[in-house]
Ligand binder design. Structure first.
Ligand SMILES: Cc1cc2nc3c(=O)[nH]c(=O)nc-3n(C[C@H](O)[C@H](O)[C@H](O)COP(=O)(O)OP(=O)(O)OC[C@H]3O[C@@H](n4cnc5c(N)ncnc54)[C@H](O)[C@@H]3O)c2cc1C
Length: 398
């Protein structure tokens, strides 16, 4: 008799998508092994905001240790091209992202997931005996492999058809600053001459803020290499100097650097839902590995949580994990059966993602962005204010 796989479910990556799927599957009785490349409590570059959909998908309150003040910040939207400002409450929860991820991993461990930190998978393979992953010199086989490796998207690189093998990204840079701005609000700054995406300033308590910006690939060669460029840059803060100057000009406040240097990280930024990668033969990409990040806001945690819930529920009730599949049903047939259920449940999220692709197109263009901001102001009966003109630094001044 052929030996069974090493484990029922192998999860690669212990971010929100992987940890949530692992927890839910283990709670339903599955044997789950989760491998995380980094150490416990790893720092994930993120502004740490969880939107309403993410709060619903989470389904519980956040522990105090994960919350940051103000817990539900107001948003200052500044369009520095057209000098428009809108203020509203987007309903985000403000979190410490490393603490959030560590808490999700703790919840998974409590549910019975075996977690191994410092274990980076190098390959995922689909074979006649089922999927397997290589980790160092080990080969681990499983009934299903969940690829939750974030922007690195291991299965996309190895198993996707050529046209899907790489997803577009925006390169984000972020560092901590101190300033005396009112700490009840976060800021989103649009300025196409400089970031061509947007910049943000998010309060994290005690006068500290996360300052960041995203730069599309190809926007400017000095802004798109990510961490490697920052490591060798004698003054990495200059990557953010335009956003910093814009905040200082708009708010009349100087910012003080708290980190020696900001860090860089790509954000997967699809331009169409055709670029999503759904995996094959019982290798399921989850969260950012699938491409599920809003291209307009950069929010991705909620998509990962929603997809993890949907896939875990579909797998738990399928019999696949126990090795029961319909007679004559191939691995790809079983895969498609799971996907149909997941995509049906994600229909509202996918509709939102399609809308986000349009919003991202609008936000990258000053004219359409101005019209959209005015329309939203009227439609939502929230006043759009005209900012006083300020000199915005020119891109060449870098
Ligand atoms: C600067 C910035 C700000 C952001 N702000 C927000 C925000 O405020 N709100 C929001 O909702 N989203 C935000 N995002 C997006 C959000 O961070 C991602 O959508 C989210 O982290 C995706 O979760 P995930 O679990 O899919 O992947 P990740 O959180 O990236 O987790 C992937 C994990 O896999 C591990 N891994 C990678 N390769 C391997 C391997 N080969 N083997 C084993 N493990 C591996 C990694 O170490 C990592 O822990 C931001 C992103 C950036 C870059």
């Amino acid at each position: 008799m052929a030996a069974g796989p090493d484990v029922q479910v192998l999860v690669l990556g212990g971010g929100p998508a992987g940890a949530r799927a692992a927890q839910r599957l283990a709670s339903a009785g599955a044997d789950v092994l989760m491998l995380e490349a980094e150490d416990y409590g790893r720092n994930k570059l993120c502004s740490g905001l969880l939107n309403h959909e993410g709060q619903v998908a989470l389904g519980c309150e956040l522990p105090q240790s994960v919350r940051r003040e103000p817990f539900e910040p107001r948003l200052e939207f500044h369009d520095l091209d057209s000098r428009l400002r809108r203020r509203y409450s987007p309903g985000y929860w403000n979190m410490d992202r490393p603490a959030f991820d560590a808490w999700l991993c703790d919840c998974a461990a409590e549910a019975g997931v075996r977690i191994e930190y410092g274990r980076r998978a190098s390959r995922i393979e689909c074979g006649p005996a089922g999927p397997q992953a290589r980790v160092g010199s080990d080969v681990i086989s499983a009934r299903v492999v969940l690829d939750a490796t974030g922007w690195r998207a291991l299965s996309r690189k190895l198993l996707a058809p050529p046209e899907l093998r790489s997803a577009p990204v925006v390169h984000a840079f972020q560092g901590s600053v101190h300033c005396d701005l009112p700490a009840d609000s976060m800021w989103a700054l649009f300025e196409s001459d400089t970031t061509q995406y947007y910049g943000w300033l998010v309060p994290k308590g005690a006068g500290s803020f996360l300052l960041g910006a995203g730069f599309p690939q190809g926007a400017d060669s000095t802004r798109r290499e990510g961490d490697a460029a920052l490591e060798s840059d004698p003054d990495p803060w200059k990557k953010l100097s335009f956003v910093e100057a814009s905040v200082a000009a708009a708010a009349g406040e100087e910012l003080q650097h708290l980190d020696a240097k900001p860090l860089g990280c790509p954000i997967t930024t699809i331009t169409s839902t055709q670029q999503l990668w759904w995996g094959r033969e019982l290798v399921f990409p989850l969260g950012e590995a699938a491409g599920l990040v809003s291209p307009s806001s950069g929010d991705g945690i909620h998509f990962g949580l929603e997809q993890a819930n949907a896939l875990a529920d579909a797998l738990s009730s399928s019999g696949l994990l126990e090795g029961r599949s319909s007679a004559g049903c191939s691995a790809q047939d079983s895969h498609q059966g799971m996907l149909n259920q997941v995509q049906a449940r994600l229909r509202p999220a996918l509709a939102e993602l399609r809308f986000n692709c349009i919003k991202a197109w609008v936000a990258a263009r000053p004219g359409p962005r101005r019209l959209a901001a005015q329309f939203m102001g009227l439609y939502l009966r929230r006043p759009v204010e005209q900012l006083a003109p300020v000199a915005v630094p020119a891109a060449e001044a870098q």
